[in-house]
Design a protein around this ligand. Structure first.
Ligand SMILES: Nc1ncnc2c1ncn2[C@@H]1O[C@H](COP(=O)(O)OP(=O)(O)OP(=O)(O)O)[C@@H](O)[C@H]1O
Ligand SMILES: [Mg+2]
Length: 284
């Protein structure tokens, strides 16, 4: 499928449903933490939201929301492989009545090695993602948040292609920064059909030395210049929070309102909502 054909698919997405993905080149910068908290915050504000685990090699969201295995009838793997049609049974309720989950399950058969042998499956999986988007529209969802796997996995790249907003998460380290630049150039620019692009630095140590703080400012500018200033926005620097790490020991990953990270999260969500709305208004 060429890019011109891909762009025709844009028409399939109505103005009412916004798709946000969290992605990174390297593992571990905080995609899952941020996607769960962004989805939770969107739902808390009254938006019907679904959080989908696209990290099928290492699924996590069912653990974050404490969903017992026996409650998971349909996973994203089943939907993308065409083994289950997406229906209401796939949507798992949470304590927040506006927030639903579609978890993944570890599935070696869905690995890249085998995938490359299965003719047509890449395209199929892309259309399955689209069918799911149409189903979620019919169900009245306002936001879909995809927690992607790091790197160039097919399902992450597919989600990047259909997203309204792509949030790229970067750690304050040279390899995370170099990886971010590489992926933005290799994939994002090439798939730049409909999406807004954002990036955020997460897990900043406290009390940075002045020269390191300055270096991070230059990285921020470099990423913006590399992409194009009008096509990518910086969402900010998020500190490493020892309170959040400690809460994780007892299985709590949603930021308490009293935590500084929660305040930063609300600012991120404000900006995502505002920028997506503005982009869609312009397109009308
Ligand atoms: N700002 C933060 N402060 C403290 N801990 C954090 C912060 N952000 C993420 N973490 C912790 O860092 C670890 C990795 O985060 P997370 O699982 O969200 O990253 P990820 O990008 O989804 O990783 P993967 O690439 O493996 O999917 C987790 O233990 C999480 O609780
Ligand atoms: Mg993750």
């Amino acid at each position: 499928m060429g890019l011109s054909e891909l762009s025709k698919l844009e028409a399939l997405n109505s103005n009412k449903l916004d798709i946000i993905i969290l992605h990174s080149q390297k593992g571990g910068p905080g995609k899952t933490t941020l996607s769960c908290n962004i989805a939770h915050e969107l739902a808390k504000r009254g938006n019907k939201t679904v959080l989908i685990d696209l990290d099928i090699a290492q699924p996590t969201i069912q653990h974050i929301f404490h969903v017992p295995d026996e409650d998971i009838a349909i996973t994203i793997n089943d939907i993308l492989l065409g083994e289950s049609k997406v229906d209401e049974e796939a949507l798992i309720k949470t304590e927040n009545s506006n927030l639903f989950l579609i978890p993944a399950k570890e599935n070696v058969e869905y690995g890249e090695g085998l995938l490359s042998l299965l003719e047509g499956i890449q395209q199929f999986s892309f259309f399955a993602l689209h069918e799911m988007t149409k189903f979620l529209q019919r169900m009245g969802f306002r936001y879909v948040v995809y927690d992607c796997a790091p790197g160039y996995r097919m399902e992450s790249v597919n989600a990047a292609a259909i997203a309204d907003a792509r949030v790229f998460v970067v750690r304050p380290s040279t390899f995370s920064f170099e990886g971010a630049k590489q992926m933005l150039t290799d994939i994002y620019k090439k798939l730049d059909i409909r999406s807004l692009n954002f990036f955020v630095f997460n897990q900043l140590p406290p009390d940075l030395k002045k020269e390191n703080a300055e270096l991070l400012e230059t990285w921020q500018e470099e990423i913006i210049e590399l992409y194009k200033p009008e096509k990518i926005s910086f969402l900010g620097f998020l500190p490493i929070s020892f309170d959040i790490m400690e809460l994780g020991i007892t299985g709590k990953y949603i930021f308490p309102e009293s935590d500084d990270l929660y305040v930063k999260l609300t600012e991120i969500v404000d900006k995502l909502i505002k920028d997506i709305d503005e982009m869609k208004k312009k397109k009308k």
